[in-house]
Design a protein around this ligand. Structure first.
Ligand SMILES: Cc1ncc(COP(=O)(O)O)c(C=O)c1O
Length: 325
């Protein structure tokens, strides 16, 4: 989706016009991928705009920076406030949120230390990542010929710009061959994740997802879905999953901030189940969308309101009045 090219971007503590949010071509990050970032979303709810799991996203950003030995000039609380300030400055009701911490302009040796650690926050209106239809009809996926990073190469627990070179190879191969998305195995041949999303499989009523040792980004949507699934009484197992499980699963779905919960309709041209969104996927989608749309009580404290005073004046959703499932 193209950018509107207007509004404000937060850069190192100041809100600047979209057109002026530039960095120098000799910045370290451009040459060596020395940046860590986040992707979060703000949703329109009956109590006003709310960021979904803002604390978890900022926490992951801080940890990604720590893994890459970047000294963050802002505290976690200051980063959260800056995100809310940027959304308010752009007057978005709902938007995608992209904070990035990167090695800026100084020298171009591989050693990143001499360069400043800069921070920016970009927000924009971004619809459904894999298309509106995908949430219901599902997407066609191929197992990529590219493998996710092996352990002790690129740390998958850090959401680092460098990791997305691998993601781009997975995504380009999938698109070139007519698929919506690629799914990568880890270096041992077990299922890892999509180019920008985690994967879940359902078989005989049990929900499976690869563990953090399978070279995955520990997704915040993944964590939310596991929590909701357990709340709903499902058994959830984090364990190594062999590739062929994809072909015999009753249901497969992706999770991520961008894709939310998107069913997978086929893998390598083999239909998943009967090729339609399955009942577990649908139930989890409903539970997840009810939370992000503020239609049920925020039982886990996942919503951070952009205008807290306004939100406080509006009635919270009561359990009894919540949408019945
Ligand atoms: C490689 C990768 N895996 C998984 C995810 C899902 O993570 P989250 O649910 O935190 O968005 C993302 C998206 O950020 C991603 O880029």
């Amino acid at each position: 989706m193209a950018f509107a090219g207007t509004g404000k971007i937060w850069m190192n503590g100041a809100l600047v016009d979209w057109a002026d949010a530039n960095i120098h071509i000799a910045s370290h990050v451009i040459h060596y991928g020395s940046g860590v970032f986040e992707g979060a979303r703000c949703y329109a709810t009956p109590r006003g705009s709310a960021c979904f799991r803002l604390d978890a996203h900022v926490d992951r950003l801080v940890n990604s920076a720590k893994i890459y030995r970047m000294e963050l000039p802002h505290t976690q609380a200051a980063l959260s406030d800056a995100i809310l300030e940027t959304i308010r400055a752009n007057e978005f009701k709902a938007c995608y949120i992209r904070p990035i911490v990167y090695r800026g302009y100084g020298t171009l040796g591989v050693n990143p230390f001499p360069n400043p650690v800069d921070t920016a926050i970009i927000v924009w209106e971004w619809g459904k990542y894999l298309g509106d239809e995908a949430l219901e009809k599902g997407v066609d996926v191929k197992v990529s010929s590219w493998t996710r990073m092996a352990p002790n190469t690129f740390p998958s627990l850090a959401k680092s710009a460098a990791n997305y070179a691998n993601s781009a190879l997975i995504k380009m191969e999938a698109i070139s061959e007519g698929y919506a998305e690629g799914l990568a195995l880890d270096s041992f041949g077990y299922i890892s994740e999509g180019s920008g999303e985690n994967i879940f499989l359902v078989r005989n009523g049990i929900i499976y997802t690869p563990p953090i040792t399978a070279s995955i980004l520990p997704g915040i949507t993944r964590d939310s879905v596991m929590t909701l699934a357990r709340d709903m009484g499902y058994k959830v197992r984090e364990e190594m999953v062999p590739r062929e499980f994809l072909y015999v699963a009753d249901e497969v779905f992706f999770t991520g901030t961008a894709v939310e919960i998107t069913p997978v309709r086929s893998v390598d041209k083999i239909l998943v189940g009967n090729g339609r969104r399955g009942p577990v996927t649908e139930a989890l989608q409903r539970a997840f969308f009810d939370v992000i749309n503020g239609e049920v009580p925020d039982a886990h404290g996942w919503l951070t309101y952009v205008y807290p005073h306004e939100a406080a004046m509006r009635e919270p959703v009561k359990a009894a009045a919540a949408k019945s499932r």
